[in-house]
Design a protein around this ligand. Structure first.
Ligand code: 1CP
Length: 345
């Protein structure tokens, strides 16, 4: 299948094989760039930056100016959904996001599901601006977190190591927990539909913490909510490309691909290349999967692995990316080297 487009990322997503794979990098905007740190300092808080269309547009464009990625990803955060649902949220220096946790179905009344768009309107404006300002061959990606991953922050109140609180709720009161999942499916679908209406050409759904679920629960709380979101998006945009990123799920990624209806999947760092080429890329285009820490170290080890990834996947539809987000200590010159190698300069 091919589509009439000159955009390399859209070509890969439509199943086209390209001699040079398109590339972008998860978390390509952010603290490893001095110009981001400057914009961030001018914005006030991180949330102020997310809700400031002019500055959010600027930080989205920053990595493109340096490295010419084939995609721009909207600058926002997966936790804007809980924030728009009325859950207090702050980003603490060195600590990451902190929320006022919701630990049981009886506390769900604290969420206001009536109008998330009131809070999220500036995000749609950022998308609209970007759709006008990105380079013509560049693809605009909108995104959201998958319900399970967003719920981990809502219930734990912050990043977690053992997911004890969310699992306790989900295992001991699955019916009550499903009410939260339903709220998130609905809000996330509405949010993404607005992003597409504003100009997002592709949607990526981040399920960063899918890998902590046993397989039955993975089906119930990662695959099923994601399937419903994809279905909701396609009911209005039947051709919309959606990339799923169920991180850390091993071989269960096959069920995820077969059952969610995503167009493509993003592979995490631990996914074996030959296995993925054989078992996953035979089903859908894949994206990935350089270790972000190799991008920190750079040198021959990074270069060899970039070439190995490209050699493994380039014969079928492929998008070069990392296996998880860029980390703040990444030297910008290593990203420049990565871009050179992927482009074959
Ligand atoms: O200090 C700062 O400037 C804030 C750091 C930061 C940034 C730059 C946060 C806080 N979020 C973001 C932007 C962001 N987050 C983007 C857009 C930028 C881009 O990709 O170029 C995206 C796509 C995200 C997605 C996101 N946020 C995920 C899923 C992807 C992933 O990396 O796993 C997750 C889990 C979050 C939560 C979050 N927000 C911020 C932090 C530090 C975290 C992670 C906390 C944790 O590890 O538990």
């Amino acid at each position: 299948m091919t589509v009439s487009t000159n955009k390399p990322l859209l070509k890969s997503l439509s199943g086209e094989v390209q001699s040079r794979p398109p590339f972008w990098l998860m978390r390509q905007a952010g603290r490893y760039l001095p110009e981001y740190r400057e914009a961030r300092a001018n914005a006030g808080s991180f949330l102020d930056l997310c809700y400031n269309p002019e500055l959010a547009e600027e930080v989205t464009l920053q990595p493109l100016r340096r490295y010419g990625m084939d995609a721009a990803i909207l600058f926002a955060d997966i936790l804007l959904i809980p924030h728009a649902l009325g859950q207090p949220l702050a980003y603490k220096e060195g600590e990451g996001p902190v929320l006022d946790p919701i630990r049981a179905a009886t506390e769900l009344g604290r969420l206001d599901v009536t109008d998330i768009h009131k809070t999220l309107d500036p995000v749609y404006e950022t998308v609209a601006r970007l759709s006008q300002s990105i380079p013509k061959d560049c693809t605009l990606i909108g995104f959201a977190g998958a319900p399970w991953t967003v719920a981990t922050y809502m219930v734990e109140g912050r990043g977690s190591k053992d997911y004890a609180k969310i699992k306790h709720w989900a295992y001991s009161d699955p019916v009550g927990f499903d009410v939260l999942m339903d709220i998130l499916v609905e809000a996330t679908t509405a949010y993404l539909l607005k992003q597409v209406a504003a100009g997002a050409e592709v949607i990526q759904i981040f399920d960063t913490w899918a890998g902590v679920l046993p397989d039955n629960e993975f089906k119930k709380w990662s695959i099923e909510p994601t399937r419903r979101i994809v279905e909701g998006l396609r009911s209005q945009y039947p051709e919309l490309p959606v990339i799923g990123f169920p991180k850390g799920v091993g071989g269960n990624i096959i069920d995820y691909v077969r059952e969610t209806g995503v167009t493509a999947v993003s592979l995490d760092t631990g996914t074996p290349l030959d296995w993925a080429a054989r078992e996953v890329q035979s089903l859908v285009p894949v994206q990935g999967n350089l270790d972000p820490m190799l991008l920190v170290s750079g040198g021959v080890a990074m270069e060899d692995r970039i070439r190995q990834i490209i050699d493994t996947f380039v014969k079928n539809p492929f998008i070069f990316n990392l296996g998880h987000g860029i980390v703040p200590q990444t030297p910008p010159e290593n990203v420049a080297r990565l871009a050179e190698i992927v482009r074959g300069d």
